[in-house]
Design a binder for this molecule. Structure first.
Ligand code: COA
Length: 323
């Protein structure tokens, strides 16, 4: 028998305010056609004034717990992937722990930008496989609207806010690729590319800063690295693209999503796509897509899923799991 980290529940939260592309036309030299054609994005949600990453993370966590039929005090650990914490410290995860009324176990944040949820899943898997936790809430939550430069048309039209959560639970498997749960993970980073995508502020500068990106350079790395990490994770899991039911990619740009699917030899009708409605929500994009994909009836119990992401660092990775 092999221990597996299985998905018990999933949920998400999106802020009420929806901003269509056309809204940027009033203040920027841009238009709906350009944004749709270059990124696939049609609209995004922005947090209300005073609405924070921890508020959204807690809402997504409650939805995942309710989906699993589980109480907060049955959870051993909370891991939150975010690059937009409410405060420099304490972690968003401890704030959510308090909000959920969970007074035992442990909680911490992971910062790997858009690859954050993949890193968080991989860490949760390691905690479960090593017996340090039986149930782990894994959350991706972001308020990227707070770090946008609203005068930079090449970045501010691409990002959005939101949160998604999975509840993972230890279950016995057979040790085969037919098991439910996480079958493999693959993590990578290469700090030589740190200047391609970064925020020009932080504790040591005394400012929050704004997101800066060389979009076409990031694009150049994305498809190749995403296809490569997904292939490595599939090999580790002992599966091939023919076995895969769904790719659930990080939702940054439809052209990256299409290019990666093509490289993996999978058709777009096996890809969960939410980028048109959410924009790039960084670490929240994968759990949001998993939750929306399940709600749409695309993802079903037993489906084999490959999920992959790349972002600032560069940091990238993939997870293969059976739902
Ligand atoms: N509206 C209109 N024109 C815009 C624009 C906007 N919102 N943003 C940029 N442009 C312009 C540029 O200024 C440039 O004009 P120029 O040729 O006169 O200099 C032109 O469009 C082409 O810019 P470029 O950056 O080469 O376009 P692109 O095809 O690479 O698309 C991105 C831009 C950002 C959509 C694309 O590079 C991308 O998605 N990259 C990956 C970004 C990403 O996913 N990052 C997150 C990873 S987690």
């Amino acid at each position: 028998m092999t221990l597996r980290a299985c998905v018990k529940g999933v949920g998400h939260y999106l802020p009420e305010r929806i901003v269509p592309n056309a809204e940027f036309e009033a203040t920027l030299d841009t238009n709906d056609e350009w944004i749709r054609a270059r990124s696939g994005i049609e609209r995004r949600h922005f947090a209300a004034e005073g609405e924070t990453t921890s508020n959204m993370a807690a809402a997504a966590a409650r939805a995942a717990l309710s989906d699993a039929g589980c109480e907060a005090d049955q959870v051993d650990a909370i891991i939150i992937a975010t690059s937009t914490p409410d405060l420099t410290f304490p972690s968003v995860a401890t704030m959510v722990q308090a909000e959920l009324g969970m007074h035992t176990g442990f909680a911490f944040d992971i910062q790997a930008v858009c690859a954050g949820f993949i890193y968080a899943l991989s860490n949760a898997n390691a905690l479960i496989l090593s017996g340090q936790a039986k149930r782990v809430l894994v959350i991706g939550a972001e308020t990227f609207s707070r770090i946008m430069d609203w005068t930079d048309r090449s970045t501010c039209v691409l990002f959005g806010d939101g949160a998604g959560a999975l509840l993972l639970e230890a279950q016995e498997g057979e040790g085969t690729a037919q098991d439910r749960g996480i079958l493999s993970t693959d993590l990578n980073s290469d700090g030589r590319h740190k200047d391609l995508l970064y925020v020009d502020g932080g504790v040591s500068t005394g400012t929050t800063g704004h997101l800066r990106m060389q979009g076409n350079q990031v694009f150049r790395h994305a498809v190749e690295k995403l296809a490569s990490t997904a292939t490595t994770a599939m090999e580790r899991a002992g599966v091939t693209p023919e076995d895969v039911d769904w790719i659930v990619p990080h939702q940054a740009n439809i052209r990256i999503i299409q290019g990666t699917a093509k490289k993996l030899g999978l058709p777009m009708d096996q890809v969960v796509v939410t980028v048109q409605d959410h924009g790039n929500t960084s670490a929240a994009s994968i759990p949001l897509a998993l939750s929306v994909g399940r709600d749409r009836g695309q993802i079903k119990p037993g489906d084999l899923i490959v999920t992959e992401a790349i972002g600032g660092g560069l940091a990238w990775g993939a997870v293969v799991l059976r739902w």
